[in-house]
Design a protein around this ligand. Structure first.
Ligand code: PLP
Length: 360
């Protein structure tokens, strides 16, 4: 069996197979995915797609319907949209665009996939540390101003959950030759959409925004994301890709999700209120444990920090079938840090209980 990929959370299948468990026995707080069943209106759509064997044909090669749906959802022309096989595939192509410039900056600790993608194209980059003393529940200005041609922003940031305000990011667009803003978690973050850079793609050709639909709708296995940028960048990158990068089921899911405005709104309200309630509950509970520091976050995951290594604690939790994200693979974090993603209330109670038992 392939060794566990410590650069990403969400290795629930590996864990289940290794310890002979059923997936439903495991609480996976290592990947920041909405813990609910997929929305009913999406489930129905996928049943219909399977019944009609829609995958019997090649997907529509230009992804026109999906692009138009995403375009009207964001009020952006469809020539500025490139859907992909999850945000991860798009990160690879965006890195190709970024490799045309002299030097990229990656704020760290950050999502490791940007490095993988830049390495694909032998792009030059350096990492600049984000200060670790400004964790907040709410938005804040982007804190660093490194010298590079390209800067990669994650909003809200992964793994810290810091939400950067739009005004501070707008200044970066004016300064850098290219700015990449990964908004994979923005729509599920309460009050997050106000900080989106998507409206600014109409004005700035040097801006690329990446979105993921996998976390918000609990469909990481379906793979679906999109990128919004200038028509020129979209056209150039699209010409390089494999044909049919998004499968028929994912296309149908994306069209349904983003064209059903009422259902979308209902889902978003449900997710925001879940995050507001459960984040407060779980972080308040964990703050009672004096051996760990609980950091603030704007979104559905947060960091904990200890004076000593958390490896024993993480191993203890995994014996209790609870996975959290060990952080030593993040630059400038180490084994004294772990990232926990919010679950349903019952599962959050189990996480809190096991952490009390371990530390008390
Ligand atoms: C910041 C960030 N961007 C993108 C992704 C990838 O998302 P997708 O599942 O759409 O490929 C992740 C996954 O963890 C992420 O944390």
């Amino acid at each position: 069996m392939k060794d566990l990929d410590f650069k990403h959370g969400g290795n629930i299948n590996y864990f289940a197979e290794k310890f002979n468990l059923s997936i439903s026995d495991i609480i996976d707080a290592s990947a920041s995915i909405v813990p609910f069943s997929i929305p009913d209106f999406l489930k129905e759509e996928l049943f219909i797609a399977i019944k009609n064997e829609s995958f019997k044909y090649y997907p529509e090669i230009n992804l026109n319907k999906l692009k138009q749906t995403i375009g009207s959802f964001h009020n952006i022309d469809s020539s500025c949209i490139m859907p992909g096989n999850g945000a991860s595939e798009l990160i690879t192509w965006v890195a190709f665009e970024a490799s045309k410039y002299n030097i990229n900056c990656l704020p760290v600790p950050g999502f490791s996939d940007y490095e993988r993608a830049l390495n694909c194209w032998k792009a030059k980059y350096f990492c600049e540390e984000l200060p670790k003393n400004n964790f907040k529940k709410i938005k804040q200005p982007f804190p660093i101003n490194p010298k590079s041609d390209v800067i990669w922003i994650t909003n809200p940031h992964n793994p810290t959950g810091q939400l950067w305000n739009r005004e501070s990011l707008k200044k970066l667009i004016e300064k850098y030759k290219l700015i990449v803003c990964d908004e994979a978690f923005l729509s599920m973050t309460p009050n997050g959409e106000n900080e989106s850079l998507i409206p600014l793609t109409k004005k700035f050709d040097n801006l690329i925004v990446i979105r993921s639909l996998t976390k918000l709708f609990s469909i990481p296995g379906l793979r679906l994301g999109y990128m919004i940028s200038s028509p020129k960048i979209c056209r150039n990158l699209n010409n390089l890709r494999d044909p049919w990068p998004v499968n028929s089921l994912a296309i149908q899911a994306g069209v349904k999700l983003l064209s059903s405005k009422e259902e979308y709104k209902k889902w978003i309200n449900k997710i925001h209120s879940w995050i507001n309630i459960e984040k407060k509950w779980l972080t308040d509970e964990l703050k009672k444990i004096s051996d760990i520091k609980v950091h603030e976050s704007s979104t559905n995951f947060f960091l904990i920090q200890s004076k000593d290594s958390l490896i024993e604690c993480i191993n203890y939790l995994s014996r209790k079938k609870i996975l959290v994200r060990e952080c030593s693979s993040f630059r400038f974090l180490d084994d004294k840090w772990a990232r926990i993603s919010l679950q349903t209330h019952k599962k959050n109670q189990l996480i809190a209980n096991e952490l009390y038992k371990f530390f008390l």
